[in-house]
Design a protein around this ligand. Structure first.
Ligand code: SF4
Length: 366
């Protein structure tokens, strides 16, 4: 793992940054190959019982939402998204949102149905779960995510007061002991200092994490970050390179919003294996979607899935097997309960309708 001095040099000396990028690039190719996955979180609801994170759009929404029940997304729309993502070769980064909106039983059923539709076990990012609750997801959930967002104690108490770190750590330790993969999410640009990158490395080491998502801040209207600039591309690359050179095996997903697409190439060279945070249906097939593909190509990586092939989106053509992450990573489809199968059958006509609606939405922009 890098030392505090080495971490600080990454952000103060361009020679060090360039050396770290070269090392990170070599380590990524050696340990992960050249594949890059397109990742996307599937939101379960617009409700969040925490609703106090200073950067979050959902926290603002809460003021308008009275009941958790009404903020839940229709299950067939969630499933339509999952099916289209499977068709396009996108990965379900995790099921997220909906803290406090669903019962455990409802969450388990949703996880089963999404895993079946996506033909891949899913990750969860639904708040802190204890070991009894985690037990319910065996067989259908691959990994558990803690949304840490930032590691500085002081900053955490100000901007994520409703998500103390200790219970998140406890959940991730228990989940790991139970055989789940574990990961965290971090947002850069919240006001953290360069020294926090070393604290982040310590946390990854302590929790033996398998995956980390490193988002660049997307300043939302109405939040305290509305007028903040997103973090510099080379800062995000430096953090990713620090993680990659310290932990060659970890999966790194880099989150970049639509106005920061040129950051993708450098994030990949720095060690990212996956990219996320794109509005799939409004970007697919547009110049923005194709720009993402170009960024990956020019970083010398192979993109799994498509962001532009409308025939694949419409289902008139299948994704080439060599671009399908389920085939490339040789995943077996998850086992799901009879109850989940019956629900899927029941929702089938509405899932189909929602898929047609999503595809038409894309075609209108194409
Ligand atoms: S817990 Fe997640 S959804 Fe809820 S306010 Fe915080 S960031 Fe937003």
């Amino acid at each position: 793992m890098l030392t505090p001095k080495e971490v600080s040099q990454l952000f103060s000396d361009s020679e060090h940054l360039l050396e770290a990028l070269a090392e990170a690039n070599a380590l990524t190719l050696k340990h992960h190959g050249s594949y890059v996955t397109l990742e996307r979180a599937i939101f379960l609801s617009w409700w969040c019982s925490v609703a106090s994170c200073a950067f979050c759009y959902m926290a603002k929404q809460k003021e308008k939402l009275r009941e958790a029940e009404k903020a839940k997304r229709a299950p067939w729309r969630i499933l339509a998204e999952a099916e289209l993502m499977r068709r396009l070769g996108w990965e379900v980064e995790f099921l997220s949102g909906g803290y406090g909106a669903y019962t455990l039983e409802e969450l388990r059923l949703l996880a089963e149905m999404v895993a079946y539709a996506a033909q891949s076990k899913v990750w969860l990012n639904v708040g802190v779960l204890n070991s009894e609750e985690l037990e319910q997801f065996k067989g259908v959930v691959e990994g558990v995510t803690g949304s840490v967002e930032c590691v500085s104690k002081k900053l955490r108490s100000e901007i994520v007061p409703g998500k103390p770190l200790a219970p998140i750590k406890r959940m991730l330790i228990e989940a790991k002991e139970m055989g789940y993969a574990t990961g965290i999410t971090i947002i850069l640009g919240l006001g953290e200092s360069v020294a926090d990158t070393y604290t982040l490395l310590e946390l990854i080491q302590e929790l033996k994490l398998d995956r980390i998502t490193i988002y660049a801040l997307n300043p939302h209207r109405g939040t305290r970050y509305e007028y903040s600039p997103p973090p510099a591309s080379l800062y995000q690359a430096g953090v990713i390179a620090a993680v990659r050179t310290s932990f060659p095996e970890i999966k790194i997903i880099s989150g970049t919003w639509v106005d920061q697409l040129p950051n993708i190439g450098i994030a990949l060279l720095a060690g990212a294996n996956g990219i996320t945070k794109f509005p799939l249906f409004s970007m697919f097939g547009t110049r923005h979607g194709r720009k993402v593909e170009e960024e990956v190509r020019h970083a010398g990586r192979k993109l799994l899935g498509t962001f532009s092939d409308v025939d694949v989106l419409q289902g008139s053509k299948s994704l080439e097997p060599e671009r399908d992450p389920r085939r490339v990573f040789k995943r077996s489809p998850p086992e799901i309960s009879q109850e989940a199968k019956e629900r899927l059958e029941h929702f089938k006509p509405r899932v189909k309708e929602a898929m047609t609606e999503y595809v038409e939405k894309v075609l209108k922009k194409y």
